[in-house]
Design a protein around this ligand. Structure first.
Ligand SMILES: [Zn+2]
Length: 182
């Protein structure tokens, strides 16, 4: 009988303490904006589905983020407590297979998690950087008829093509990337 049949370890962990652990590890001096690195951040409620996941707003750049934004823990389907439980098992040098057995998880899931954790809790995958001219295709803004749908229907044809050019031109825009100084 596997240990996971006896005790559901992750069920014993306290979500509030797990988020506190992440905050302490990530921001020992207090939360900082992951975009502009400002320390001028204010608390801004909690996540809708995870009540202990603190949200913040940056007073410097108006960016919004939360405890997990920019960490390897964001956007994964495993709850935070499962990630936190991996840490002591990794510290004991358990294999991915043993950890998977202990936590009742799929071996390949655990492998992906431990690989990311070894790179560091806050280490993140290289962000996609947009530089220079970025073209966004297939942007259609449908203007209203202003109460004259018949007149609009009559025009159609070349007029439609001209406004397509205008829409395309409007869809070209420049965007410089925000680089974290972290
Ligand atoms: Zn900021």
């Amino acid at each position: 009988m596997a240990a996971s049949d006896l005790i559901n370890l992750s069920g014993l962990l306290d979500d509030a303490k797990c988020f506190a652990l992440v905050r302490q590890h990530r921001w020992p001096e207090g939360a900082r904006c992951p975009v502009c690195d400002s320390g001028a951040v204010i608390r801004d409620g909690h996540d809708d589905t995870q009540p202990h996941r603190q949200r913040y707003r940056c007073k410097a750049c108006s960016g919004r983020f939360d405890d997990l934004t920019g960490t390897v823990l964001a956007g994964h389907h495993q709850p935070l407590r499962v990630w936190v439980l991996c840490l002591p098992f990794m510290g004991l040098n358990l294999s991915n297979r043993q950890i998977a057995l202990e936590l009742g998880l799929d071996g390949s899931d655990v492998q992906a998690m431990t690989e990311q954790l070894r790179r560091g809790l806050v280490a993140k995958a290289p962000a996609v950087e947009l530089e220079g001219e970025v073209e966004i295709d297939e942007v259609y803004v449908v203007a209203g008829h202003k109460g004259q749908p018949a007149a609009v229907a009559k025009r159609g044809g070349s007029d439609g093509a001209a406004s397509w050019q205008a829409r395309r031109a409007a869809a070209r825009w420049k965007r410089t990337s925000h680089r974290s100084s972290a």
